[in-house]
Design a protein around this ligand. Sequence first.
Ligand code: X2X
Length: 333
Amino acid sequence: RRALIKGLAAAPAASLIGMPMIARAAEIELKYGNNLPLSHPLNIRAQQAVERVAKETNGRVEIKIFPNNQLGGDTDMLSQVRNGGITFFTPSALVIATLVPVAAINAVGFAFADYDQVWKAMDGPVGAHVRAAIEKVNLYAFEKMWDNGFRQMTTSGKAIEQAADMASLKIRVPVSPLSISMFKALGAAPASLQFSEVYSALQTKVVDAQENPLPIIQVAKLYEVQKSCAVSNHIWDGFWFIANGRAWRGLPPDIQKIVASAINDAGVAQRGDIKSLNETVQADLQAKGLAFNKTNPDSFRAKLRDGGFYREWQERFGAEAWGLLEGAVGKLA
Ligand code: X2X
């Protein structure tokens, strides 16, 4: 018996001494899942963060990226990051709101006028409020939110020019109570689907319309199954880079520091990528056959106001969160 124990104890040491030249697996392996194609700036910048972490930890930490819903849709990845099956996930604010309701505060319809307002709010008091709520469900949210963008509506039917054009429109929205509530208030017939299902739902006409920022419409090739795009800017949406709370707290402080800096810096760079992309993406989508039209927000806002959308969500988010949002964007309806 003693010999057996001795033999077992000796084995790792012997193999370390015996094979110093062979690359060994990283000491800490972490998985990161997301819902976007590899060509989206979120994945390009995440890959750079992963390389920086490997370098700065001398190979001790390896983060493996599972893009494009390889691990399942948003709902699946949200449970995986909660139970530790994956360490990192980047849900949209709309999606993490199924778990942390106040996280949808940035997605109130027509709240933000521009990116200056967005980043002041999300790097400031609104973001701090949401991050604290995310920590309460035992997840860790990195400081810098990543950009999804201002959401626009596309359809395979008649172009959407004003709120009245949305009557009974079968439109896909993310798995998000706020999105459902908003599109119902606009008179549409919204259906929640995970992003992994959107292309085929449009292709098979399970739904006629969807809404997403232009870079998503581009990388997910949604222009192939849609005819026109209304530039509505109806919601600003971003991704929270989150970690399983227990896994995050279990990392040594020096590693936490390296990982957090790499991810936050990559997030800020990713915001810049989306900003540059926004200057060229419409022309590219037009060249691919998607027709564009402008919309005036007034008819949409009026419909939301008259339908009680703002009143309802002011109540659901609570006075504190609503006050922080209005502090950033001015009085809402
Ligand atoms: O599912 C979507 O529409 C997307 C990609 O924008 C989100 O992750 C919310």
